[in-house]
Design a protein. Structure first.
Length: 253
């Protein structure tokens, strides 16, 4: 395979999968990691990819937001491990916030039945699933429902968050980097996530390793605003150290 053909394949994979990894590309294309890094540099200079830690993303991804159903089908094992690890952060009793998202939905599905909790959600889907549980009091934030993420946003969601205070907020994100903090493609969702962090005594970020090192359009917080990041073992130790230096403790599930 000529360099031009290899680079075209890298771009195709990046646009299809949303991200490419240096190690995986080297194995699948049967070249060295250094060759892949040179290809990524060439493609970045051409303006079609942007380098991120360990790989690259297509430039159009900064404003791209996959639908919830698409995200829910990706990295399912890792998300389940993250959700199980998050159980240790639940209060014995009290109130929590569950942000809308594919990983937080997995935590919602395994909330224990042996403790009384008030659960604040901005997802009608989560509210419906949790409302049948006798040990849970479910509060649904109102507002406009975004069809892409099934999250409620805008003023009707923000106003209640200004008047509540919970023990723990479990937050999802599209991007998380030391340089730019916590980001998501939609400014309205960013505003709700920011308010959720402000309404909680502790904030726990649930994010698989592909989110770390990526940036999106709208920032909703700094890494220092988060007490704990729960991710998976795909996140390398060097990046763990960088994240922890910026603020939160990191758990790899």
């Amino acid at each position: 395979m000529y360099a031009e053909e290899r680079q075209q394949e890298i771009v195709r994979l990046a646009r299809t999968e949303g991200r490419v990894d240096v190690t995986a590309l080297a194995e699948s294309l049967n070249v060295t990691a250094e060759t892949i890094r040179r290809d990524l540099t060439t493609l970045e200079r051409a303006g079609v990819l942007r380098r991120v830690h360990g790989g690259a993303i297509p430039v159009e991804r900064i404003g791209f937001e996959p639908a919830l159903a698409t995200r829910d089908a990706v990295l399912t094992t890792e998300k389940e491990r993250i959700a199980k690890a998050a159980l240790a952060e639940l209060p014995v009793e009290g109130a929590i916030i569950l942000d809308a998202g594919s990983t937080t939905a997995r935590l919602a599905a395994i909330l224990p039945t042996d403790r009384e909790l008030t659960v604040v959600v901005n997802s009608p889907t989560l509210a419906t699933a949790l409302s049948v549980r006798n040990n849970l009091q479910v509060l649904l934030l109102g507002g406009r429902v975004r069809s892409r993420t099934m999250a409620t946003v805008d003023d009707w969601a923000l106003r209640p968050l200004a008047d509540i205070y919970v023990d723990v907020a479990f937050i999802g994100t599209n991007g998380c980097s030391v340089e730019r903090g916590l980001t998501t493609p939609d400014p309205a969702e960013a505003a709700v996530k920011r308010a959720m962090i402000g309404a909680a005594r502790r904030s726990v970020l649930l994010a698989d390793h592909t989110k770390i090192g990526n940036d999106y359009l709208a920032r909703f917080g700094r890494l220092a605003d988060i007490d704990l990041l729960i991710t998976d073992t795909g996140l390398n130790e060097d990046l763990v150290a960088e994240v922890e230096t910026a603020g939160p403790r990191v758990v790899r599930a």
